[in-house]
Design a protein around this ligand. Sequence first.
Ligand SMILES: CCCCCCCCCCCCCCCCCCCCCCC/C=C/C(=O)SCCNC(=O)CCNC(=O)[C@H](O)C(C)(C)COP(=O)(O)OP(=O)(O)OC[C@H]1O[C@@H](n2cnc3c(N)ncnc32)[C@H](O)[C@@H]1OP(=O)(O)O
Ligand SMILES: Cc1cc2nc3c(=O)[nH]c(=O)nc-3n(C[C@H](O)[C@H](O)[C@H](O)COP(=O)(O)OP(=O)(O)OC[C@H]3O[C@@H](n4cnc5c(N)ncnc54)[C@H](O)[C@@H]3O)c2cc1C
Length: 697
Amino acid sequence: MWRGGSNTRTCKRRFFSSPTRSRHHRPPYMLHSRGSQHLKAMAEVDHLAAERATARFDVEEMKVAWAGSRHAVHVADRMARLVASDPVFRKDNRTMLSRKELFKDTLRKAAHAWKRIVELRLTEEEADLLRQYVDQPGYVDLHWGMFVPAIKGQGTEEQQHKWLPLAYKFQIIGCYAQTELGHGSNVQGLETTATFDPKTDEFVIHSPTLTSSKWWPGGLGKASTHAVVYARLITEGKDYGIHGFIVQLRSLEDHSPLPGVTLGDIGGKFGSGAYNSMDNGVLRFDHVRIPRDQMLMRLSQVTREGKYVHSNVPKQLLYGTMVYVRQSIVADASKALSRAVCIAVRYSAVRKQFGSQDGGPETQVLNYKTQQSRLFPLLASAYAFRFVGDWLNWLYTDVTQKLEAKDFSTLQEAHACTAGLKAVTTSVTADAIEECRKLCGGHGYLNSSGLPELFAVYVPACTYEGDNVVLLLQLASGKQPVGTMAYMGKVQYLMQCKSAVSSAEDWLNPDAIQEAFEARALRMAVNCAQNISQAASQEEAAGFYERSPDLLEAAVAHIQLIIVTKFIEKVHQEIPGHGVKEQLQALCNVYALYILHKHLGDFLATGCITPRQGALANEQLGKLYAQVRPNAVALVDAFNYTDHYLGSVLGRYDGDVYPALYEEAWKDPLNETVVPEGYHEYLRPLIKQQQLKLSRL
Ligand SMILES: CCCCCCCCCCCCCCCCCCCCCCC/C=C/C(=O)SCCNC(=O)CCNC(=O)[C@H](O)C(C)(C)COP(=O)(O)OP(=O)(O)OC[C@H]1O[C@@H](n2cnc3c(N)ncnc32)[C@H](O)[C@@H]1OP(=O)(O)O
Ligand SMILES: Cc1cc2nc3c(=O)[nH]c(=O)nc-3n(C[C@H](O)[C@H](O)[C@H](O)COP(=O)(O)OP(=O)(O)OC[C@H]3O[C@@H](n4cnc5c(N)ncnc54)[C@H](O)[C@@H]3O)c2cc1C
């Protein structure tokens, strides 16, 4: 019932039918969209071969651990190759396109992708992977990611029967129109109204103020024909709060806005290329009428007479689509982070600076301990987010099944985990992409490094689907010691326990890590609770407000505990492949001890560990970095990304960075002419004027 969308990892539904399937068996380095001569040259060199030779584990098996199964590796491989080998999906020129060109390019790619999906009879799992590898935000994401799930989760069976087949075949295109100019985070504060008119059996959708204009919905600006619109339901003179309605916006004949509908794009966004491929839109309604049965009526209904009837379910199920997308955003965080880390690791292995005063070889920057201490925690975080994402997907599927059976007991836990993990993983990933850019020095600032666009396209994830601060504050409510909160049941022990760590190696014991993280999270939560009750002499809300910065930190500590716990659990499982488990163990320790080192203040202030134990953790971290170093390139190879998907001259599989950087520069439109446009208007007159002045002296 709450479910927004299906679990795409297991779904085998096919889109239409077709006779053929494509087969590609080329290795990743053959997948550049360049001429065959270049491909030949590239196949002959592998500047990272020495790095790959030092790996102490089976990379192919690590690919399986990363992807989740052998099947997942094969499907991902096939879809990545399909996209990389198709010229329509070219993206190396994206940052040079104007907004209009970029938008048209997005429409073209989406239409072509759909054509291929139908021709090749791709399953939903394959289609979603294809969408990811096309790697260009567009209306399709909101259509499949929010419009369809909203109807599935909030529509009655009858409504699903009517609308989903149209949406599945793209006979209509939908978006998710919730946020308004004046309100985004505060959903209950939305102003758009849906007033029931019993005379005509219709709802009248209206935007009463400027601030009630829908603002931001992706796909709304130019592409969508329909929207799920969230509006205040008013019937029999009473306001029943926010509900969802399916509203047609544009003609299915000529795409013109329907009467009473004003809509357009909200304008250019941060960065070149990036999220500018998306038509985030503005929408106003002037008393637009829709039939009563276009209210999504699974959770509550309005009868023909105008009576409001609420089913006996929690009203928060209205937010189910957001929960669905939040959990998919957690899975995406590991993808974005691993892309950035892959680029930075490979380039750091290629790039050399200093180290030789006599003309001998310089030092690979990856060998600098500072580079390692900045980069390896990010590598470990990519793996950590991947595994916690898998767990969250399981939790989401589980709660969805329970909801179908009218068991709402895990709803709050699922909301808290998705909200918290979405907030922490996206914040860390956005910062990490920027850190990877710096780790690549000056070349990281070039668009051809792929990092500026990756950052620009990723950073709104900290805001959309719930501002990260607002979401973290959601964790402060509902502290029953169940599920991931179960450790709170050990309050007496965790409030007074002392870490037994007495050597750096002791920090390799997962129990020592687990206990320190549990004690820190619990003590921070208890401190907050005490401070709130002290601050709130009159009412709890005042104390909550007063101590909200501390609550935020306590929420982060709780989420970091979940991530560490899920990583430890993963490593405890049977993991096949030579050396794979050992590498994951090392990365798990890197992740945990890095967090401990970074938040040492929390651990010390709450008395969970002593300053000496903190120093030992840092000592162990240094040893772990040395252990990761020879495996670093192979650990990013295990992400199995094609050069097309990475979109970075610095992150190339073959490490042949310099010719590619050089070649790329010449493609810039500024280099189309030797003498730039504007020379005769501005430069020449200026130079001549100065020359004249000088000659007069
Ligand atoms: C290219 C070719 C392609 C071809 C075709 C391919 C075919 C593909 C096929 C595959 C398909 C798969 C596709 C998947 C794609 C996915 C892609 C996604 C892309 C993502 C793009 C993102 C776009 C962005 C969208 C948006 O941003 S939408 C708007 C989001 N808005 C928000 O998030 C608003 C945030 N605010 C809130 O959520 C709420 O207001 C609030 C939670 C902050 C507060 O709510 P409220 O005021 O109502 O409540 P309280 O704080 O008082 O809480 C009351 C109690 O309710 C609990 N609560 C709150 N929320 C929830 C919840 N969600 N669930 C359960 N419980 C909840 C609180 O905890 C309180 O509980 P208590 O009373 O016990 O304390
Ligand atoms: C790229 C992009 C795509 C989007 N796509 C869609 C879409 O498809 N459909 C849709 O409906 N919406 C969409 N949105 C809107 C998005 O969901 C909202 O922007 C988001 O929920 C944040 O809300 P806001 O803009 O109102 O921020 P605000 O709430 O105004 O945030 C401003 C600041 O106030 C702080 N703040 C707010 N409330 C509190 C509080 N209670 N306590 C402490 N601090 C607080 C925030 O932390 C932030 O620092 C999109 C947004 C972006 C950027």
